[in-house]
Design a protein around this ligand. Structure first.
Ligand code: GLN
Ligand code: ZN
Length: 767
């Protein structure tokens, strides 16, 4: 069997090996770089990306996968979906204003040539997560009289830029159906499809005129639950493209899951090629091959574009053998490599064994090139053996497997996920024990991470200050925070989390089974990058992680200080996770480790313990049919870590995004004594479901929007609380901000919390 199967890339990380794009953007925003310098940095990064892919054996190289901020925002600029407040010009400054907002009088610092929004400043567009990734896109905004017009030829310019360098690329576009479905502002964004299609046709024609023959169009909506309207929009769109731009061959890309009920529609659209994700949905291979017309090029996504594990190449090959006889194939990563770090070889400090099990974007291209050679009869025996050996070593490694942890997971009994008594009984005991006023006040955990805090941390990491000095510094910060909370009259205090770099990393670094990288950045949004922990093995907690900090903080005050932990589901969802055990199982292990910490905090005297599950909701699977199974194990994990305490120990939890309508039963099942949520922007409407479902436990609905520097005044917060009181009983209600305060400045936090305490006092007064 020796037909050549080309290697295709659907997109690459654009931030740069050393985060060059991040620093260039930030320099531009601060006025240090002019636009030409920023553009040159971007151009250099694109050239490096193309060269690297070519050197690594990628046959089909993408263009227009680069973005200054986000590819959905690029699309909004391409089609002229620029809300009026940002002005008319589809230029870089408008783009930045849509991405980040712009401030009044910002012109002198931002190198902006013109002032938006009459100089009063404009807010950024809303940002949300791209499908089930941790990458955020800018939500397109439409109006009922929305029109579209071609306002940016970025796709064509980047195609020509590559061409000038000698690369014949396959440009990438976000598909029009996906683009519309991600938007807001009109009741039914898909109703705009007929207005949008002509603009895409113009772009495709311009690409054809520039010399493009294939174009990749991403329609990840194909892996969501199918519906007749979306199918109709897809049919209309791709029929129009086939008719109007027959000279362009379209590769329609689906990813992040299987086609499922969209399979028939997808294989029968009038396109030249279809990309399928065979990592998330390996089982769809046979069905796709069977259903697809022979003339349809299939792009098989066989290397994981979402996770960092090295593939077992002989195993992949074996799965491909039958399909390979079909011909008309390409092989590719499961999705764009945007979601993985760039080069494993930068990780010189990583455990050598762990490192030998990983592959980042460049290593994944190497893997594809080996597969392609193997499929076309080339001799890659040594590479295949090395790959299989690594897989075997990983599977057998004592670093991965801990018999005690496995035994403990198996031995979990139902009573370990149950509080001793029902909430009503616990609440009575807790009320007697704490004797808190009505509408007790508290905060969510973190206080401002000032530049001094961050500087001390990085100096400590560099070895510039020793452990003792760092410890003294952190204690002083903590003490100041405790004193101040007492002074302003908060009822339940927090230690401030000054010692934490990040709410997941802090725990991962102290748990066994996690590894940390030095340079493995992935884009979270715009210039913001994160280095997710790598969960590679069975998880246990060698020693207490937070107890000493809690003890220190509690020693300073007679008011209760909450113990503060990150929950198992959030730790899992914000890490690169193992692919050798189900997520549910990894989560259970983390839950047991957190349970140990809860037990130790309680033994040390903590009477209130908060376990944050910021990421529980965002872990919901893309398809509705998979929701319940996820919610079941996620809630079980929370209960496993939180229910081992006595009745008068109060368990708090916190969840950020608070759209709970469709997961209310799961939230209630968590059975936390107190939950704090983010409600200030929604005028407490998010509480409706707590009322309609008769949520019995206590709730702190956020009354202070911590995403804004604005200081809310007392009346605004009492107003919000009165809206909460219309929905829930007074005995249920706490008063707190929306979320942690680490990103705010003390100058904002101080007056806001003083006002919050005053608001609670006002509520306690008889009407
Ligand atoms: N305790 C954390 C903090 O206050 C919670 C943050 C979060 O859930 N995002 O920072
Ligand atoms: Zn939060």
């Amino acid at each position: 069997m020796s037909s050549i199967i080309p290697v295709a890339s659907l997109g690459t990380p654009r931030i740069g090996l050393k985060r060059e794009l991040k620093f260039a953007l930030e320099s531009y925003w601060s006025g240090k770089f002019d636009q030409a310098t920023l553009q040159q940095t971007a151009k250099d990064l694109r050239a490096v990306n193309w060269a690297r892919q070519k050197a690594r054996g990628v046959d089909i190289i993408p263009s227009n996968d680069f973005s200054f901020y986000d590819q959905v925002l690029d699309t909004s600029l391409m089609v002229g979906a620029i809300p009026a407040i940002y002005g008319e010009a589809a230029d870089l400054d408008t783009y930045c204003a849509m991405a980040r907002g712009s401030q009044a009088g910002h012109t002198e610092t931002c190198a902006h040539g013109h002032v938006h929004g009459n100089g009063h400043g404009v807010p950024a567009q809303e940002m949300t997560k791209w499908f089930d990734t941790n990458y955020h896109y800018m939500v397109p905004e439409f109006t009922d009289d929305q029109t579209f017009k071609l306002t940016s030829l970025k796709a064509v310019e980047e195609f020509l830029e590559a061409k000038a360098l000698g690369y014949h690329t396959r440009p990438v576009l976000v598909g029009p159906v996906t683009y519309l479905k991600l938007g807001k502002g009109v009741a039914n964004p898909l109703s705009l499809i007929e207005r949008l299609i002509p603009v895409y046709i113009e772009v495709l024609k311009a690409l054809a005129a520039a010399g493009a023959d294939w174009v990749q169009i991403d329609e990840p909506v194909l892996v969501l639950d199918g519906d007749a309207e979306t199918t109709a929009a897809l049919k209309k769109t791709y029929a129009a493209f086939a008719k109007e731009v027959p000279q362009i061959s379209i590769l329609l890309a689906s990813y992040f899951g299987g086609l499922g009920d969209n399979l028939e529609a997808a294989v029968n659209l009038p396109v030249a090629g279809l990309h399928v994700d065979l990592v998330r949905a390996p089982e769809q291979l046979e069905a796709v091959v069977q259903a697809a017309p022979k003339s349809l090029t299939l792009s098989l996504g066989v290397i994981d574009g979402r996770n960092i594990w090295r593939a077992n190449l002989p195993a992949v090959l074996e799965r491909l053998t039958a399909a390979a006889t079909r011909g008309n194939l390409q092989i590719a990563p499961s999705c764009s490599l945007l979601h993985v770090p760039i080069d494993l070889n930068l990780e010189t400090a990583l455990d050598e064994d762990v490192k030998s099990w990983l592959a980042f974007s460049l290593q994944k291209m190497d893997e594809l090139s080996v597969l392609s050679k193997a499929l076309s009869g080339g001799n890659v025996a040594a590479e295949l053996t090395a790959s299989a050996d690594a897989a075997q070593a990983r599977a057998a490694s004592p670093k991965v497997h801990d018999a005690a942890v496995k035994a403990r997971v198996l031995a979990v009994t139902p009573d370990q996920t149950q509080r001793k008594h029902a909430f009503a009984i616990r609440a009575d005991l807790q009320r007697q024990a704490f004797n808190l006023p009505a509408f007790p006040t508290t905060t969510i955990g973190s206080f401002p991470q000032t530049s001094e805090v961050r500087k001390a941390r990085s100096n400590h990491a560099k070895g510039a200050i020793d452990d003792a000095r760092y410890d003294t510094f952190l204690k002083a910060e903590t003490e100041r925070a405790i004193r101040w909370q007492e002074d302003i009259g908060l009822d339940v205090l927090v230690h401030g989390e000054f010692e934490r770099n990040d709410m997941v990393q802090y725990f991962g670094e102290q748990l066994s089974g996690f590894a940390f990288t030095k340079h493995a950045w992935v884009q979270s949004y715009g210039s913001r990058c994160v280095r997710p922990p790598v969960l590679f093995g069975d998880v246990s907690r060698p020693q207490p992680m937070t107890v000493a900090w809690w003890q220190y903080a509690q020693s300073l005050t007679t008011k209760p200080v909450k113990g503060m932990l990150t929950g198992p589901v959030t730790i899992l969802n914000w890490s690169f996770v193992r692919d050798d055990v189900p997520r549910s199982q990894a989560c259970r292990q983390i839950a047991l480790a957190i349970r140990d910490e809860v037990t130790d905090l309680e033994a040390a005297g903590a009477k209130m313990i908060q376990i944050d599950e910021a990421a529980l909701r965002e872990g919901l699977p893309l398809r509705r049919a998979d929701w319940q199974a996820y919610l079941d194990w996620a809630v079980e994990a929370f209960r496993l870590c939180s229910t081992g305490v006595s009745n008068d120990t109060q368990i708090h939890t916190h969840m950020c995004y608070s759209e709970f309508n469709d997961i209310m039963d799961a939230v209630a099942n968590m059975d936390a004594d107190v939950i704090s949520i983010e409600t200030s922007r929604s005028k407490m409407e998010l509480l409706d479901v707590f009322r309609s479902k008769k949520y019995p436990n206590e709730i702190g609905p956020g009354v202070y929007d911590i995403h804004s520097p604005r200081v809310p005044d007392v009346s605004e917060m009492t107003e919000l609380m009165s809206l909460a009181r219309q929905r829930l009983s007074d005995a249920q209600l706490w008063v707190n901000p929306d979320c942690g305060l680490k990103t705010r400045k003390w100058d904002e936090v101080r007056p806001a919390l003083v006002n919050m305490v005053a608001a609670a006092k006002a509520l306690r007064e008889p009407a």
